[in-house]
Design a protein around this ligand. Structure first.
Ligand SMILES: [Cu+2]
Length: 156
């Protein structure tokens, strides 16, 4: 009888610890952030929307094809130690962000048309490098030439 009571008390204590652990985990929960790959938007043709995203380590970005426009997402620049990515055209692509910094990416088919985007994860540790890379890429664009610049202006 006594043994059963102790066991029940112990069970309650363990349940309590488990609930506290779940609450702590949920407060730092990783988010899923969707970025649409679009043929036309209010900000002009051929774009990722939103083109700038601020995320945290552990979050997952989901690149979502909204049309059969041949869009994809391929990283152009990632912070030191972060994983690069390369998605296929017209396929959903999931990227889990593992390192602080600025990430630049583009649609392979429409990079020259300025179909590019920026993700900031935590602190923008490589901002100078990202600005340099973005302006070199932008010089080759035939349209949406200021897109990288506008997206990078939102880093803070
Ligand atoms: Cu595209």
């Amino acid at each position: 009888m006594n043994g059963t009571k102790i066991a029940a008390g112990e069970l309650g204590r363990r349940l309590c610890i488990a609930l506290v652990a779940v609450a702590a985990f949920q407060s730092a929960k990783a988010d899923e952030i969707r970025i649409k790959m679009l043929d036309t938007t209010a900000s002009g043709p051929l774009a990722f929307e939103p083109g700038f995203v601020k995320a945290k380590v552990g979050d997952t970005i989901i690149f979502e094809p909204m049309t059969k426009g041949g869009h994809s997402s391929v990283s152009l620049l990632v912070p030191a130690g972060a994983h690069a990515w390369s998605g296929a055209a017209d396929k959903e692509m999931r990227v889990t962000l593992d390192t602080d910094g600025i990430y630049l990416y583009a649609c392979v088919a429409h990079k020259m048309m300025g179909m590019v985007g920026v993700i900031q994860v935590g602190k923008p540790v490589n901002l100078e490098e990202a600005n340099r890379a973005a302006s070199m890429e932008s010089a080759k664009f035939v349209m949406n030439k200021d897109r990288f610049e506008k997206e990078l202006a939102q880093v803070k």
